[in-house]
Design a protein around this ligand. Structure first.
Ligand SMILES: NC(=O)c1ccc[n+]([C@@H]2O[C@H](COP(=O)([O-])OP(=O)(O)OC[C@H]3O[C@@H](n4cnc5c(N)ncnc54)[C@H](O)[C@@H]3O)[C@@H](O)[C@H]2O)c1
Ligand SMILES: [Zn+2]
Ligand SMILES: [Zn+2]
Length: 368
């Protein structure tokens, strides 16, 4: 069968919406008709090589869709089921999986572009294999994905809202509630008010943080942050964000700082703006060669912690339905995250708008 998909053929070049051949699902695989795919900075990081996949690679890792057909030995879903996709596929057998830390699975290379039997389902006209970002490549009308990457949801949820839970919501909210486990009454700073950072802001609100300070370079992003629960905002294009956050906390610094951009400079800022014995959490994915300079003496004398957060330390099949329940209860904002909906052909425009700071989140409406 044929599908249109967003493909990176060359780093730092426009993404090509190409018509590809899609093979039938094999054992433990599922054919999905995609409803929507969010435009996350990690997709742009695949385009520019920050997250390294050798081109070509089909893009997209924040999506939701409907099961069209199942391959052999599939038991979790049936045709017609609505699903969110997880960008981590896990084995359920290794020690990390047994510990319930499935996103840290050691049994499967989570960032590989091939399906679990090490072959590709997508091929272009020239006959070349096209690997799938995170094994799912959600920026496509149809997708064949591993059954393990699916989270079943009730059909009443709009697929564009559900798609956001597949990355931005689970990553941002989870960093606060699950990775850092922010306590009520805490002071929190979030650097970067994009799709992930805004979810860290609303996660801090869910955690009953007393102060939530959002930091960004773009005033429009700071306005979004206030809408999502920020009590204070700092425009880092005008003032030193570390000084500003310290000033807002009586000179002490915050209990927790979350970095949702992906740069050693801002990760260092997060470390500098937490109080002694506080916790800085790196969520943004910086280039491999971009190192964070932390003087050991400062680390020891301050007893600060710098920790990473991957996929919000989530258990996708437990946490994602829970985040949708919070949406039902009016405690989690999903509608407000979607600033603009694009067609698949507008993917390069959606990336340009992300770079210009126009959207809370942009989303691609796909084949539904
Ligand atoms: N840890 C994970 O599991 C995980 C999951 C998804 C995404 N990510 C990463 O999270 C990061 C954020 O993703 P996103 O989709 O929210 O990106 P985004 O582009 O939507 O948001 C980034 C925000 O940072 C702001 N910004 C840029 N430079 C800044 C600076 N120096 N100071 C203050 N603000 C600045 C931008 O204006 C923008 O609002 C990316 O690095 C992405 O790859 C990590
Ligand atoms: Zn993402
Ligand atoms: Zn595992």
């Amino acid at each position: 069968m044929k599908t249109r998909a967003a493909v990176v053929y060359e780093h730092d070049a426009p993404v090509v919406v190409d018509t590809l051949t899609l093979d039938d699902p094999k054992d433990h695989e599922v054919l999905l008709r995609m409803g929507a795919s969010g435009v996350c900075h990690s997709d742009l990081s695949v385009v520019n090589g920050t997250i390294y996949y050798p081109p070509p690679v089909a893009l997209g890792h924040e999506g939701a869709g409907v099961v069209e057909r199942v391959g052999g030995k599939v038991s979790y879903v049936k045709p017609g089921d609505h699903v969110i996709l997880s960008f981590v596929t896990y084995c359920e057998e290794c020690v990390m999986c047994e510990m319930g830390r499935v996103c840290l699975c050691q049994g499967i290379d989570a960032r590989k572009g091939y399906l679990l039997d090490d072959t590709c389902r997508l091929h272009n006209k020239a006959g070349h294999d096209i690997p799938q970002m995170s094994r799912i490549a959600t920026m496509s009308d149809l997708a064949v994905v591993p059954e393990q990457a699916l989270i079943k949801i009730e059909p009443e949820y709009p697929l564009d809202r559900a798609a956001l839970v597949g990355c931005g919501v689970t990553t941002g909210v989870g960093a606060v509630l699950r990775t850092a486990q922010v306590e009520p009454g805490s002071t929190v700073a979030v650097i970067g008010a994009g799709g992930v950072g805004l979810n860290a802001v609303q996660g801090a609100k869910l955690a009953d943080a007393e102060r939530i300070i959002a930091v960004d370079l773009v005033e429009r992003k700071l306005n979004f942050a206030r809408q999502f629960g920020a009590t204070d905002t700092v425009n880092a294009s005008e003032v030193d964000p570390v000084e500003a956050v310290k000033e807002l906390t009586g000179g002490l610094g915050v209990d927790y700082a979350f970095e949702a951009i992906g740069s050693s400079v801002t990760i260092r800022q997060a470390f500098d703006m937490v109080r002694s014995a506080g916790t800085a959490v790196a969520i943004g994915l910086a280039r491999r060669e971009d190192l964070v300079p932390i003087p050991p003496q400062e680390l020891i004398w301050s007893e600060k912690k710098l920790i990473g957060s991957y996929y919000g330390s989530s258990r996708p099949r437990v946490d994602m339905p829970e985040y949708l329940r919070l949406y039902d209860e009016g405690k989690l904002m999903l509608d407000e995250l979607i600033t603009k909906t694009y067609g698949l052909d507008q993917i390069n425009e959606a990336f340009a708008d992300m770079g210009a700071g126009k959207n809370a989140r942009g989303i691609l409406a796909l084949d539904m």
